[in-house]
Design a protein around this ligand. Structure first.
Ligand SMILES: [Cu+2]
Length: 399
């Protein structure tokens, strides 16, 4: 019977293997055809063939596990023929569960010590401290629960494994136990969720976050694969943008019918003064990106067509952080935290937190977004023959 089953499963496996091979073969055939048509083409990545390879590997592993099972079965049968006790599988499984528990708990310990040392230092922004408290409170509550439940689960599996000499206690229902294990987690989770809700409210929706204007207003625009930064000029205002105006020279699509656009500045590094509130106006030009400044505990998605913003206040300068971490070359970074395409990893810029004086000195050196090239281009568009079309731009430039 057992051998018949093995035979059957073998048949199914071979059938699947043949299908997989046929599939990859067809793909390769297509590959050669394509190569024949355009010999200079770069080799295409063969997603399906790779998937086929992994499925085959999986089937091979399953097959070997099956063989090991059968070896044990044969061993069991020979023991029986010899009139000896067959293997006690309940003991084997019980012991394996215990080993799994010990190995798993060691894994938790290893992860905490090895990865724990890589954890971010305490937040370098005002609201970050609140988020850190929330994180550690949640971890403090959930970790002991996790460890206790895992120990109970696997120890019970081992301790109460099947034993012919022992009779199980029949317990069909117990309301008290039901109430305890329903109400206790419900209370804990409700407290955690409400705690999280109020924390997020205080960061995103408080009077300070929504009502008060920020000291510094920065536009951050994500596109595949870079962040673009725009600072306000002397007027302290960011000019309007319009996606229809985006082109090679005007890559953010600034609308120069808005006077506020004239003195806007572009920057390669995000330099911000310490202890001043910063408002990041977040935009995306193509797919969803995510503005992520880990040391400030700032993260918000950049969604095309739906500008968002995040306000925060840095409390430690780059120099202070370097001293704190004892890393002389440390830099804060703004990253993209959405896998937005092939060169996603390229989307980062340095963030430097400096004193107010240093910030002003840096700002004075930044180049205007309205470059000579852009001016020239707008003037070209301003030619009399086409004046009606770009009336707005002409008026704005003459102002
Ligand atoms: Cu991105």
């Amino acid at each position: 019977m057992g051998f018949k089953n093995l035979f059957n499963s073998k048949k199914i496996l071979s059938l699947l293997a043949v299908f997989m091979l046929a599939g990859t073969d067809m793909l390769f055939a297509q590959g050669t055809e394509a190569a024949g048509a355009a010999a200079t083409d770069a080799p295409k990545d063969n997603g399906l063939a790779t998937a086929g390879y992994y499925i085959l590997m999986f089937l091979v592993v399953c097959f070997f596990i099956g063989i090991i099972g059968k070896v044990f079965r044969v061993y069991d049968l020979t023991q029986q023929i010899r009139g000896k006790q067959p293997m006690n599988w309940n003991n084997v499984m019980g012991t394996l569960f215990l080993i799994f528990l010990i190995a798993g708990l060691y894994g938790v310990y290893w992860s905490f010590t090895t990865h724990g040392s890589m954890i971010l230092p305490s937040a370098a922004s005002e609201h970050g401290g609140v988020l850190d408290t929330m994180f550690w409170t949640t971890t403090g509550i959930t970790m002991p629960v996790f460890i206790i439940t895992q120990i109970l689960l696997f120890t019970f599996l081992f301790k109460y494994r099947y034993n012919a000499k022992r009779r199980g206690h029949f317990l069909p229902h117990n309301n008290t136990i039901e109430k305890v294990w329903t109400i206790a987690p419900a209370i804990v989770l409700t407290v955690l969720v409400i705690f999280g809700f109020f924390t997020w409210q205080s960061i995103m929706n408080s009077v300070d976050a929504k009502g008060q204007p920020a000291s510094i207003n920065i536009d951050i625009t994500g596109h595949q694969f870079a962040w673009e930064l725009r600072y306000t000029g002397k007027d302290g205002k960011l000019g309007k943008t319009n996606y229809k105006l985006v082109n090679g020279t005007n890559k953010l699509g600034l609308d120069f019918t808005d006077k506020a656009s004239f003195d806007d500045l572009q920057a390669d590094t995000m330099v911000i003064p310490v202890n001043k509130s910063v408002r990041l106006n977040i935009h995306s030009q193509d797919v969803i990106h995510s503005v992520y400044i880990p040391h400030f505990r700032v993260q918000l998605n950049a969604v095309p067509g739906m500008p968002t913003y995040f306000k925060f206040k840095p409390i430690l300068t780059t120099t202070q952080m370097r001293a704190k971490l004892d890393k002389p070359d440390f830099e804060y970074e703004v990253l993209c935290n959405k896998i937005c395409g092939g060169s996603h990893y390229n989307m980062k810029k340095i963030v430097r937190v400096v004193s107010e004086a240093e910030y002003q000195a840096w700002l004075a050196q930044q180049k205007p977004y309205l470059t000579d090239k852009l001016k020239q281009k707008l003037h070209f568009a301003d030619a009399p023959a086409d004046s009606t079309k770009v009336q707005g731009n002409r008026l704005a430039l003459n102002n």
